[in-house]
Design a protein around this ligand. Structure first.
Ligand code: ZN
Length: 506
């Protein structure tokens, strides 16, 4: 690389490093605000975060950034760059285009709209009053359509543009097919499960479980997973989350319910899966926008893999059930492993997405996907949402919400304009099943590793194949490199059928 270019690259890398530092500070202040900041500090903290976020946004959309991108994107220059700098150029260009295509005043209006909409949604949900939220949602949908049609553009389907913000490369055409197969098989399986005479007893899971003991056990399991407490923390919040500032500092939160041992146990394993990903991104990517999971879907594949495919597997509890009994002898001492295993895998069609089991969860997501796609393409009107919502719940899950608070108003996402995000949750399950199939091929002693509590072997495989790359590879590149196959739901269908036929003795 000639000297002038070297200097140019180094100036660019310093520039993005500064942006990454702002980002890290914003995350840290956000974590602090959600985990225990005094209430009276809220207003000032929002302003501090706002100031830093504005600086970060300005840098990413600045003339300086434009100049860097223009120079470094010239093909003969680009090919001389190292792989990481190439990745940073691509990532910054994507963000630059997304944010700069919209006129500043329209963007500003939209930010105000969504912030008002969130407050309106909160009140509407509490009162189960969809009509009070309807005008906000109509404007949000309208604005998204306008942004797509006038500024962001689209090829085949308007909704593709939104999907791509969260899952680069994904299209409605692909997703319709993948979700279509999964839906049909899931509904069939669910009908058999509901009709089965072999329903597991779950009553012992909701006895009184001391929160101190739950805390001890959550920490123990996270350590077993390879979650390093030198690089992390475990705290408590109402809405659990994982937050990463750099691979050396990744924090998770959980929520303890003294009358349901499942919540913190599987919640901690889930967030721990997100955290393992972030802790094991290559240190070469620190200080760049590539130092994070590659997409929402791949991130969710890791949390759901650890939570469901390991944490809710029989082999996992063959190793850890004795430890759990030692922690809770009165509640579980009389419960056989098989009964415990069946109980933590109980399937129950329900109204609320966040409380759904492993099988029905995807149906909740598909309902939201179909509605979003319809709204953005003008096939569904906002005014009809409660009706559409309720009829889909009846059709897929056999349940009807008694009111809109437990129905169409239950999720915060739409009030913030987050269309295109929901599919990531189910994509996570789909990717996870594809990866799990490959791990079994690569590690012939896979089941024994889990039975023996040798989970580091699993973590190392995931680090090698997925975690280390951060955003350097796109979701589809990772999937192809690891499995040699395109995204498809057949592995998830097989996994669900095998597992639940055994649990329900079908
Ligand atoms: Zn998650």
């Amino acid at each position: 690389m000639e000297k002038a270019l070297q200097e140019q690259v180094s100036a660019f890398r310093d520039f993005v490093k500064k942006m990454a530092n702002y980002d890290s500070a914003i995350s840290c202040l956000g974590w602090d605000a959600r985990t225990g900041m005094p209430k009276n500090g809220v207003a000032d903290r929002a302003e501090v975060i706002g100031t830093l976020a504005t600086e970060h946004f300005k840098m990413g959309t600045s003339h300086q950034m434009e100049a860097f991108l223009n120079e470094l994107s010239v093909p003969e220059t680009f090919q001389k760059l190292d792989e990481i700098t190439q990745g940073i150029v691509k990532e910054c260009k994507k963000e630059f285009d997304r944010n700069n295509k919209i006129p500043a005043d329209r963007f500003q209006q939209y930010v105000v709209l969504t912030s008002n909409a969130e407050a309106a949604w909160e009140e509407a949900r509490e009162k189960s009053d969809f009509q009070s939220f309807q005008p906000y949602l109509e404007k949000i949908v309208e604005t998204n359509r306008e942004f797509i049609e006038k500024y962001w553009g689209y090829e085949e389907n308007k909704y593709d543009t939104l999907l791509n913000f969260y899952e680069p490369g994904l299209t409605v055409a692909k997703l319709d097919q993948i979700f279509g197969d999964l839906r049909e098989k899931s509904v069939q399986l669910l009908q058999k499960i509901t009709a089965s005479g072999n329903q597991p007893n779950t009553s012992f899971l909701t006895e009184n479980y001391s929160i101190d003991d739950q805390r001890t056990f959550s920490k123990f399991i996270l350590e077993e997973m390879g979650y390093s407490f030198y690089s992390c923390r475990l705290d408590e919040t109402v809405h659990p989350f994982a937050s990463a500032f750099n691979p050396g500092d990744v924090r998770v939160t959980t929520r303890y319910n003294s009358h349901d041992v499942r919540e913190a146990l599987f919640g901690s394993i889930h967030e721990g899966g997100h955290a393992l990903y972030e802790q094991n991104v290559s240190l070469d990517l620190v200080g760049t926008p590539l130092c994070s999971g590659t997409s929402m879907g791949i991130h969710e594949s890791q949390s759901r893999y650890w939570e469901n495919m390991i944490g809710r597997s029989r082999m996992f509890w063959e190793k850890y059930y004795d430890d759990l009994i030692n922690q809770f002898p009165d509640q579980l001492g009389h419960v056989a492993l098989e009964d415990f295993y069946r109980a933590i895998n109980a399937v129950q069609p329900s109204l609320i997405r966040v409380e759904a089991d492993e099988l029905t969860y995807n149906l909740h997501i598909m309902i939201r996907y179909e509605i979003e796609k319809g709204l953005i393409n003008g096939d569904i009107e906002v005014a009809d949402l409660p009706k559409v919502w309720n009829s889909k719940y009846e059709e897929y899950l056999g349940v009807t919400p008694p009111n809109d608070g437990e129905g169409v108003l239950q999720d915060v996402h739409w009030s913030g304009g987050m269309f295109g995000y929901f599919p990531s949750y189910s994509l996570g399950n789909i990717y996870a099943a594809q990866f799990a199939n490959k791990i079994r091929q690569d590690l012939p002693e896979y089941e024994d590793y889990i039975r023996n509590g040798d989970l580091s072997k699993i973590k190392e495989w995931a680090k090698e194949n997925i975690y280390q790359y951060g955003k350097l590879l796109s979701p589809n590149e990772i999937l192809l490199q690891v499995t040699g196959e395109e995204l498809n739901s057949s592995y998830l269908v097989d996994y669900l059928e095998t597992k639940f036929k055994a649990v329900y003795k079908l």
